[in-house]
Design a protein around this ligand. Sequence first.
Ligand code: FAD
Ligand code: NAD
Length: 463
Amino acid sequence: MADYDFDVLVIGSGPGGYVAAIRAAQLGLRTACVESRETLGGTCLNVGCIPSKAMLHASEYFDAASNGTFAKLGIKVTPELDLDAMHGQRIDAVKQLTGGIAFLFKKNKVEWLKGRGSFVDAHTVQVGDKTVTAKDIVIATGSSVTPLPGVEIDQKVVVDSTGALELPKVPEHLVVIGGGVIGLELGSVWRRLGAKVTCVEFLDQILPGFDGEVRKESNKIFKKQGIEFKLSTKVTGVTVNGDKATLTLEPAAGGEATTLEADCVLVSIGRRPNTDGLALDKAGLSVNQRGQIEIGHRFETSVPGIWAIGDVVPGPMLAHKAEDEGIAVAENIAGLTGIVNHDVIPSVVYTWPEIAGVGLTEEAAKEKGEVKVGKFPMVGNSRAKTNHEPDGFVKIIADAKTDRVLGVWCIAVPAGTMIAQAAQAMEFGATSEDIAYTCHAHPTHSEAIKEAAMAVRGKPIHI
Ligand code: FAD
Ligand code: NAD
């Protein structure tokens, strides 16, 4: 057998890669992780999940202080924005968490190889001026922003999500291109801090992939909060003149173009897998039409000994999906059985209220067979009502014959936390009756999940 430098070499240290590396090391494998950034943690910790949540959390308080929410609770304040301090706590959160991964690497004896990795052959990777060999290689190179053809991101007037996290001042008018998760989360941050926000979305509704009713209701809530939407509208160009931008908009169905002025434009039209510069061909690999690396159910690629996980493979681009795949791939490499149930991956938009779902949308479930749907509005939930949080609902979709839960969708202030119980119930093959007869603490927002489950049989109590 060849003598390799490492048992496992992971390329990329995002939530997929760092978790795979740590698990591989825990399983007794000699492991290294190649990362070209200055800090570990990938998109998620450096420029994604964590900094966006830091800005969402802080701006939520600012909004509550300015929009009358605090006043309703008997708290009189006149907030003053210290944007530098707000950015400071974001930078601090990123620093602490990325440093935490470096600590975990040391603790678990994962070697960090600093630099950009590219294949020399199926068991050899070049990192800077060094080459390293490994018996198994995991590609976890993640994704980056999809560019809008002809539009240059200067990170000043035209920004991507990274630039939008770091704006040095609140823009007067921010135009967000794309009504997906990034557009709505970062659009919400700057709307709360005082910007006028317009969101231009190509499709006839925001949040593609979410349940139809949830998409419509979310749109209403965001509109009520002051975000303006231009649906069924495509941005075909952006020109920058000094510190202003002019966007060219066209109706999605074709027709006359119009223009829109902005002093900041966020391009958030999706993300694409990172494979440039990896020299996949030298390892005998190629990508599919969407630029992703195809894998089998064990996360193995078409080349023995090479595996792939996270945003670089097909499936939702979510940190927790990447993490779970990281654990599973390491276990498979170690000869165990690592499995991820891709039918039960929750999805959360961290706005106010939060929007979350797991499993099938009502539309997708109906395509597969007969369903029963139970819905419960948050206005009927005692905790939400007491907290002045009336917006939203919980919806449970169950198989009409077996009652097995197929999908759960929530719009509620803590929907991201509430969805965990739905995912766990689905993972255990629960019926709506199982959820309805599970005792939920009172008064909690989660009682709305129990009531929605009761509504599947037409018998909620509080509405
Ligand atoms: P990544 O996190 O992208 O990490 C890949 C790493 O590989 C990068 O650090 C990159 O530098 C490195 N790399 C790439 N090529 C090479 C190479 N050749 N050599 C060496 N290193 C290389 N998801 C959620 O679940 N929840 C959220 O709240 C959330 N918020 C987000 C907010 C924003 C603004 C963005 C942009 C994304 C957000 N996401 C969120 C998505 C989430 O960040 C990704 O799904 C997740 O980071 C994917 O993990 P990954 O390990 O596959 O890749
Ligand atoms: P997205 O795919 O969620 O949304 C992009 C939107 O842009 C789509 O609705 C699309 O129709 C629209 N669009 C595309 N071209 C357009 C054009 N020319 N004009 C107008 N609209 C156009 O992409 P995103 O919001 O950039 O997010 C990227 C990824 O990051 C997502 O896959 C998401 O999973 C991940 N992410 C997750 C979270 C979270 O879990 N909370 C947060 C941020 C990002």
